[in-house]
Each structure stands twice: as structure tokens, then as C-alpha cells.
Design a protein around this ligand. Structure first.
Ligand code: CP
Length: 307
């Protein structure tokens, strides 16, 4: 593994290795003093051309907990506003001596292009509707941690699959680890080409939720919606929103995930977000730090330090 661009690029063994390593990293972040020197002397650049709260800050903390220096670049307020290109921006970070670039961009394929041109590892922190591999990893980690295993589980992904890089990464990781996936949402927001024995597309929310052990609720991406795909947010909630009553159609022990940020009262009710039994949304955030520590360690760490 030289870069992390798409979850489907990883073998089952590489996925399991990262999840195991994240377990060790989670122990570090629960210590009173959460700092180890594993990546001391290393540096990484967070290069974000799109908004982020969870991914950018958790990469920063992940690097810092491992002793690395992290610089944060945001397009707003940078020389991009003076016309500097994406490539010149990244080349500038590289020339400063960073050991890895973590990139989020609205255009699909940007992290892959960067990886082809840079001699240092590139980590995709989300590119358009293509991939969000560290979100996929933290979702896998959270499911495995809470339910003990992934193989054989039924995971229902609800909502705007069409615009969701999270859904793509989740599906690739879940299939690699032996889960069954169901997709459900407004027909205009479910892309074609997924239906297979392992991935079933449903038109009916109740059928899609029946017996599911995990429900991943996708954010309605107002910033990526073509006009008119959803009649209104209220109607979306009335038809597809995950309420406590609808959640009762799933397995009695169902785990609820949401990548965040949540549109409370649209794709998910507050009562579900804050449900102490079923919601793993806060766990996802904590686990995001642990899996990003694992990814940074695997890509820029000296082999043998943690093993
Ligand atoms: N899940 C996720 O990518 O969240 P942010 O946009 O806050 O990073």
C-alpha cells in the first residue's frame, strides 16, 4: 500500500491489517497522555479544497497523537484565490518536505492524479462522489467493534447513494469482508449497475430494513443535488427519513451509522441520532481518529515500530 485512493484497491488482508492496527491506535487515544513518538520527524499536509469537520480534524489529531507535524491547507485564504493551480499548490507542500499529502477535492479523480505525479503517499480524504476510503474504514471498524464481525451481516444503506462517496467506499469494504449490502432510497438517487447477489437494490424502505443488522443513513447532499431530484426535504423525510418507528423494522439490535454531518429531521430523526442503544455515530467519530492513525502509520511509519 503506497497510497490510499479507493477502498476497493485494498486486499482483504490489507483491510484487516488496518482494522487490527486501528484497535491498537484506539488504545493510545484513550490514554491520559495520548502521544507516542512513532511518527516523530515526519510531516503530512492536510490539503482541503472542500469543507470538512471530521476528516480534516481527525487526520490532524491522528498525526499529532503519533508525533508527526501536520500542516493544514484550506483553499479559502490561500494563494488559490490568486489563481494558483491545484498542482502548483500540492507541489508547494511537497517542496516544503512533507512525507504525505491528504487531499479532499470536489472533483473525482484528483487524489489519484496526485498519486501518479507525487513521489510521496497520497491519501484520499474524499473526492467528489467517488471515494472516501478512510470513512469506509472507520465504518468497518465501528461495525466490527460493536458487532464482533462483518462477514454474514446485512447492511442497509439508505438515501442518496448516487452522490455518496461514502456509500461507494462502504460497499467495496463490506463486500471484501463478506457482508451483504442493501441499497434503498429515491430511485433517482440510486445509481444503476450495483444489483448483484451481494448488493440488492430495494424500492421499499420497510423491505430494505427488514432484519438488517446495520443501517447506514446517508446525508442528503444539498450541495450536490441537481435541482428537482427531491421534491422537498419535508417530503424526503416523510418517505425515507429514519425515525424510531421505521428503525423498529430492522433487527432488534440494529446498529445505526451516519457519516455526518447529519441533517436532523431530514434523513434521520434526532431520536435516532441520540439513541444510546442503537446509534454508533459518536463511536464513528472517535474511531475516525484511530483508523487515520493506522493509515498514517502504514504509509509513512517505519516498519516494525508498532509491531
Ligand atoms: N464524514 C465526513 O467526511 O465528514 P466531514 O465532511 O465533516 O469531514
Amino acid at each position: 500500500m503506497r497510497d490510499l485512493i479507493a477502498l476497493g484497491d485494498l486486499s482483504r488482508a490489507e483491510l484487516e491489517d488496518l482494522l487490527d492496527l486501528a484497535t491498537a491506535m484506539k488504545e493510545i487515544i484513550r490514554r491520559p497522555v495520548k502521544k507516542v513518538p512513532t511518527l516523530r520527524g515526519k510531516a503530512a499536509a492536510n490539503v482541503f479544497f472542500e469543507a470538512s469537520t471530521r476528516t480534516r480534524n481527525s487526520f490532524e489529531l491522528a498525526g499529532k497523537y503519533l508525533g508527526a507535524d501536520i500542516i493544514n491547507f484550506q483553499a479559502r485564504g490561500s494563494s488559490v484565490e490568486k489563481g494558483e493551480t491545484l498542482w502548483d499548490t500540492v507541489r508547494t507542500m511537497w517542496a516544503m518536505g512533507v512525507d504525505a499529502v491528504i487531499v479532499r477535492h470536489q472533483a473525482e479523480g484528483v487524489p489519484g492524479e496526485m498519486a501518479a505525479r507525487l513521489d510521496i503517499p497520497v491519501i484520499n480524504a474524499g473526492d467528489g462522489a467517488h471515494q472516501h476510503p478512510t470513512q469506509g474504514l472507520l465504518d468497518l471498524f465501528t461495525i466490527r467493534e460493536r458487532l464482533g464481525q462483518i462477514a454474514g451481516l446485512t447492511v442497509t444503506i439508505v438515501g442518496d447513494v448516487l452522490h455518496s462517496r461514502v456509500a461507494r467506499s462502504d460497499i467495496e469494504g463490506l463486500l471484501q469482508l463478506g457482508a451483504r449490502v442493501r441499497l434503498v432510497g429515491p430511485p433517482a438517487l440510486i445509481p444503476g449497475g450495483w444489483d448483484s447477489p451481494q448488493v440488492r437494490v430495494y424500492a421499499d424502505l420497510r423491505e430494505a430494513l427488514a432484519g438488517a443488522q446495520v443501517v447506514q443513513v446517508l446525508r442528503i447532499q444539498r450541495e450536490r443535488q441537481a435541482a428537482g431530484v427531491i421534491p422537498s426535504l419535508r417530503e424526503y423525510h416523510d418517505r425515507w427519513g429514519i425515525t424510531p418507528a421505521r428503525l423498529s423494522w430492522a433487527d432488534a439490535e440494529v446498529l445505526v451509522l451516519h457519516p455526518g454531518p447529519q441533517n436532523r429531521g431530514v434523513e434521520i430523526d434526532s431520536a435516532v441520532v441520540d439513541d444510546p442503544k442503537h446509534s454508533a455515530i459518536q463511536d464513528q467519530v472517535e474511531n475516525g481518529v484511530a483508523v487515520r492513525m493506522a493509515v498514517l502509520y502504514r504509509l509513512i511509519g517505519e516498519k516494525g515500530v508498532m509491531e
